[in-house]
Design a protein around this ligand. Structure first.
Ligand code: HEM
Length: 150
């Protein structure tokens, strides 16, 4: 039995990705990164990828070829802020799935490592609200620093 079967198959991954994109749609940095107005096609690609990765049908490979995820993310500014936002959306989704503690830990460990590996720039993104209105590691640790808001 694969991890895919153990956690409930296709329906479980669809649910996780649904909740994930519900959160992405509310995120002022992540949402504008998605080229299509409708997040449906992106949700389908992520679902197919995760299903294949965890031992379900290999539909992703049939339709999209080799994942080469780092390369496919190169057109997007994946800085540490975007990574943390991506992980926050995923955290909500994984929590809502209510997996067993072992399955939850296995899945989360993978998602966290994959998200860290996807970072392709350390430069601050120009997308989204100005830094003054945006929580970043820098503004969180030095919120009194007015030069940050200049
Ligand atoms: C770290 C922050 C991340 C950001 C900001 C991000 C953002 C994006 C964006 C904007 C797209 C294009 C939407 C589309 O057309 O599908 C995309 C595609 C995709 N992402 Fe991410 N992503 C991140 C991490 C990850 C991780 C960790 C995974 C896997 C575990 C992943 C899996 C995918 C897949 C499978 C696609 C579709 C690739 C294809 O074209 O076939 N992403 N991502």
């Amino acid at each position: 039995m694969t991890f895919y079967d153990e956690v409930g198959g296709q329906a479980t991954f669809e649910r996780i990705v649904d909740v994930f994109y519900r959160e992405v749609a509310l995120d002022p940095v992540l949402k504008p990164m998605y080229p299509e107005e409708d997040l449906g096609p992106a949700a389908e690609r992520l679902t197919m990828f995760l299903v294949q990765y965890w031992g379900g049908p290999a539909t992703y490979g049939e339709r999209r070829g080799h994942p080469r995820l780092r390369m496919r993310h190169m057109p997007f500014r994946v800085d540490p802020d975007a990574r943390d936002r991506w992980l926050r959306c995923m955290r909500v989704a994984v929590d809502e799935a209510e997996l067993s503690p072992l399955h939850e830990a296995t899945l989360w460990d993978y998602l966290e490592r994959a998200a860290y590996a996807m970072v392709n720039t350390m430069e601050r993104s120009g997308i989204g609200p100005a830094p003054a209105g945006r929580q970043t590691l820098e503004t969180r640790s030095s919120s009194q620093d007015s030069t940050e808001n200049a």
